[in-house]
Design a protein around this ligand. Structure first.
Ligand code: SAH
Length: 480
């Protein structure tokens, strides 16, 4: 960072402006808006530029150059004389008087620079490119302008009016933060935006009473059990993102795709509960207990889960404990790995000509392969999506064949589905295990069994050449 961003209080202080053109006029204007008293030095001023501020009671015009004594006690100085020599003189005088100075379009002569601003007073957003590209800063400002409703200022003033009262009623800082977040995002904000401040005030009083009563009863946290999908952060739901932005603490494991954790509120404490190299994962009971403990401390606890929390995610076990303890929780569904992998590999899980049902199973039992219900598994016109099956693929395909499945039945294995390094290997029940072994596929991987797998080639508009890496995006129109 080349400059320290600060907001300076200049209310009632003197600001020196030298110059009579457009830039000088804008400097006068903003200084007056911030409550400063402006001493303007210019032989002549451009009437058009100064329309509206010319007769401002706090603008004093001197038709001469400033002298060193003029800088005494000034808070800031602006030079915008249009002549470099004149600007330099002003800058020298200001510096001699220890008054920070800004020279228009001369970053090398500046003690401070002026940001582009979005003014929703008392909310002010300032954008600076540190002098590198003021135009880019202005473009960013223009985008922000469209994002912030004009009534934001009103909302901020409204909040400012009752800030002391909230301080008084809610003693706990954490509770106050939560109260404000709820208020400023909720229906009360909408009322303020629509101009109905009276109803908003009544609602606010009710909310404040409720929050104060809650505080007296002892603070209580909550848990968000959030499904993040199989990896691509673009597959998160809006609700997931909203809760990720609210959390005080996050529990995560290795199934999360890169980039997802970066979307969690930056201040949130992060706790890794997954497996480490050569180590065991934190046992499920310990995770559940941790959720309970953190929530009881009054925290908003985010439990991030790969895919969907209720599909082979043990989400049910985690909330069972929460329910026992009467801890409030929310469960947010996510794109499950079978759906994500299928879409990004171009394999429809059901299709009128191929499969009327799709079975999600896990091959992973307590001691190796699970005891599957083979009549159900081998039903015709059905797709099988196998979770946690990669390590057991040879045993699994063997068991399928032993129970009478067709050796030519198509199978796809999708490694790291929806992620930039996704790989897909296709084959049949007879040869897939060997192909996967040869390709050295790693976890996480999804196994899809059924004739729908043949659709992958049919639906492909671009098949990579031999040796060319297959990419997630672009191979199938559906995943673009
Ligand atoms: N709750 C998760 C599943 C957890 S079980 C969900 O709904 O998706 C873990 C298994 O999910 C892995 O062994 C693997 O089979 C599958 N899986 C998760 N993410 C995957 C990914 N990005 N690509 C392929 N398979 C994945």
């Amino acid at each position: 960072m080349d400059f320290l961003p600060i907001f300076r209080n200049v209310n009632g202080r003197t600001i020196i402006v030298a110059g009579g053109g457009t830039v000088a006029a804008r400097r006068c204007e903003i200084a007056l808006r911030a409550g400063a008293r402006v001493k303007l030095f210019a032989d002549s001023i451009d009437e058009d530029d100064f329309t509206g501020i010319r007769d401002h009671q706090h603008l004093q015009h001197f038709a001469r150059c400033p002298e060193p004594a003029d800088f005494d006690g000034a808070a800031l100085a602006f030079a915008a004389c249009r002549k470099l020599d004149d600007d330099r003189k002003i800058a020298d005088m200001a510096r001699a008087a220890k008054v920070p100075v800004n020279v228009a379009d001369r970053p090398e002569l500046c003690d401070f620079i002026m940001p582009s601003i979005v003014d929703r007073a008392p909310i002010v957003v300032a954008v600076s490119s540190s002098g590198a590209s003021p135009i880019l800063a202005r473009m960013i400002r223009a985008r922000l302008e469209t994002m912030l409703p004009a009534a934001f200022g009103k909302l901020a003033r409204f909040a400012g009016d009752i800030r002391d009262q909230v301080m008084e009623r809610l003693k706990n800082g954490e509770n106050r933060r939560r109260f404000w977040e709820r208020i400023l995002e909720g229906p009360m904000a909408t009322l303020v935006f629509s101009g109905d401040e009276e109803t908003a005030r009544a609602m606010l009083q009710r909310e404040l009473e409720a929050a104060a009563a809650e505080e007296r009863a002892g603070i209580r946290g909550e848990v968000y059990l959030v499904g993040c999908g199989p990896g691509d952060p673009d597959l998160l739901t809006f609700k997931a993102l909203r809760l990720m932005q609210k959390a005080d603490v996050v529990l995560y494991d290795r199934l999360l795709g890169d980039g997802i954790l970066n979307l969690v509120r930056r201040e949130a404490e992060r706790i890794y509960v997954g497996k480490r190299e050569g180590d065991h994962a934190v046992p499920q009971e310990d995770i559940s207990e941790m959720l309970v403990r953190l929530a009881k401390e009054g925290k908003r606890v985010l439990r991030l889960k790969g895919g969907d929390p209720f599909i082979f995610g043990r989400g049910g076990e985690e909330i069972e404990r929460l329910a026992e303890e009467h801890i409030p929780f929310q469960v947010v569904p996510g794109v499950t790995a079978a759906a994500g992998c299928a879409a990004y590999a171009g394999i429809p899980l059901t299709h009128r000509d191929h499969a009327q049902s799709c079975l999600f199973i896990t091959a992973h039992g307590k001691d190796g392969i699970v005891d599957l219900d083979w009549t159900q598994v081998l039903r015709p016109n059905q797709t099988i999506a196998v979770y946690m099956g990669l390590r057991l693929l040879p045993q699994l395909t063997h068991a399928f064949l032993e129970h009478g499945a067709d050796a030519a039945m198509p199978v796809a294995v999708v490694e790291k589905g929806t992620r930039p390094d996704q790989r897909v290997i296709t084959g049949t029940l007879a040869d897939i295990a060997e192909k996967v072994e040869q390709a050295g596929l790693q976890s996480p991987a999804m196994i899809i069994i059924g004739t729908v797998v043949t659709l992958r080639d049919k639906l492909s508009w671009y098949l990579p050449e031999d040796g060319e890496q297959e990419t997630t995006q672009g191979r199938f129109i559906g995943s673009l």
